[in-house]
Design a protein around this ligand. Structure first.
Ligand SMILES: Cc1cc2nc3c(=O)[nH]c(=O)nc-3n(C[C@H](O)[C@H](O)[C@H](O)COP(=O)(O)O)c2cc1C
Length: 278
């Protein structure tokens, strides 16, 4: 039941909700937007109908227009600001030894969860370690279990890099896996959703940029992803990854101990301008 409601008093019958509906289920036949109950099943719950309405007359799924942020030029960041955010974002591998405020962590995940999702399936699950002590314990378990596997000669050939990683940890205390980040965000996706991997990566990219705008550093953590996906998959249950989900990617984050002073310019991107199709 979509609970699609239109305020008859304020609706100006412009039809924008109907023409923008990707499922094309909103009808303007009666001059007011309606959805045939038989077509409700095709709604992908994107809420474009609420977002596009200039009069704030539409609500759906119990969601009212006043619950969102009113979008105008004055609330959007300028393109120069977004450019600096994108270019100034760097991988942080050096963190302060303190927690990020739990409320800010919740907000960062919440903002990231607004990222686009294939077919609007929104099948992501965010497992987060928001206390550095917990990550400290996890790190000990990971290195201990890794050592057991290596000592037993059970390390698969394609995971041989973990020998050097363990060596660095034992000899110098250098934590190459987690980069000493105090927090970890593990994004898993329902394997039956339309684009599980892409959804997770887009959500983490959004998380990363929003985190950086809050002066929180991040590291895309390919090694932790490999650790929990292939080396020690049994830890996934302990980390709360739902059984019907696949772990897609892991990101470390925290207050940076360093701050990059300038952006750099990368090599020009390879651009192929398609000017005609022969
Ligand atoms: C998919 C992916 C996986 C990564 N995995 C790791 C990792 O396991 N450990 C690490 O220190 N950095 C990791 N990085 C960071 C890259 O090394 C980094 O993005 C690259 O060197 C460019 O530097 P920048 O992010 O500071 O611009 C990863 C980046 C990406 C995109």
């Amino acid at each position: 039941m979509l609970d699609f409601k239109v305020d008859n008093e304020t609706c100006i019958s412009c039809g924008q909700c109907a023409s923008d509906c990707p499922a094309m289920i909103i009808s303007m036949e009666t001059n007011l937007p309606t959805i045939d109950p038989e077509l409700e099943q095709y709604c992908i719950r994107c809420m474009h109908c609420v977002a596009i309405c200039s009069e704030g007359s539409v609500s759906i799924l119990g969601y009212n227009p006043e619950q969102g942020i009113s979008v105008s030029d004055s609330v959007l960041p300028t393109s120069d600001q977004v450019e600096v955010l994108i270019k100034a974002r760097r991988t942080t591998r050096n963190y302060q030894d303190r927690n990020v405020d739990a409320e800010l962590i919740t907000k960062m995940i919440n903002v990231a969860s607004h990222a686009p999702s294939g077919h609007n399936d929104r099948g992501l699950h965010f497992s987060v370690i928001d206390d550095k002590g917990v990550l400290f314990d996890l790190r000990s378990i990971v290195y201990e279990e890794m050592e057991k596997i290596i000592s037993a000669g059970e390390l698969p050939e394609d995971l041989e890099m973990f020998v050097d990683i363990l060596d660095a940890w034992k000899q110098t205390g250098k934590d190459i896996i987690f980069r000493n980040a105090p927090h970890l965000l593990l994004v898993s996706a329902d394997i039956d959703s339309a684009a599980p991997q892409q959804d997770a990566i887009i959500a983490l990219s959004s998380f990363e940029l929003y985190a950086n705008s809050n002066k929180i550093g991040t590291v895309w953590n390919g090694l932790a992803t490999l650790t929990f996906s292939e080396l020690l998959p049994s830890l996934q249950k302990k980390l709360g990854i739902p059984e019907t989900h696949q772990l897609e990617y892991v990101m470390g984050f925290g207050h940076p101990a360093i701050w990059y002073k300038r952006t750099i310019e990368r090599q020009s991107p390879a651009i192929n301008r398609i000017t005609s199709i022969d």
